[in-house]
Design a protein around this ligand. Structure first.
Ligand code: ZN
Length: 135
């Protein structure tokens, strides 16, 4: 994780970056024709191809992120109490960036009683309870 954000947000960020890079390269390629005329066309073609690959890559990332988000766990963040999505066993909250885990063995702050959800019936709320993982 490079940007200290949740995995879904990071996928979106990479998708956006690749789209911008692709568009930038295609604009640069077109500028080559204006600057160097005939000889700039080869330059333009190369940049167009790289730009297209970058744009296709971003589409792939968006598609992949969409597929992943269908398997994401939706839960309420124990830190900021907002609804967030988690990918895998460990992910960051989309809003407060707290590292959350579904694995009790990894959790360092389990609250006063990790087996109870506080309503006293001991059955849980039926929701996956995420626990803050303090690094
Ligand atoms: Zn949060």
């Amino acid at each position: 994780m490079f940007f200290k954000s949740s995995k879904i947000n990071e996928f979106r960020l990479w998708g956006l970056l690749l789209t911008l890079i692709g568009m930038g390269l295609m604009i640069l390629g077109t500028a080559g024709i204006i600057l160097w005329g005939q000889s700039g066309k080869v330059f333009a073609a190369i940049f167009m191809v790289i730009g297209m690959i970058s744009m296709l890559g971003s589409v792939g990332i968006y598609f992949w992120a969409g597929m992943l988000s269908t398997s994401a766990v939706i839960l309420q963040c124990p830190e900021c109490h907002r609804t967030t999505k988690m990918l895998g066993k460990t992910d960051r909250c989309m809003f407060c960036k707290t590292i959350l885990t579904l694995d009790p063995a990894l959790a360092t702050d389990t609250g006063e009683d990790s087996t109870s959800d506080g309503d006293g019936d001991g059955r849980g709320t039926g929701q996956d309870d995420a626990l803050p993982l303090k690094s």
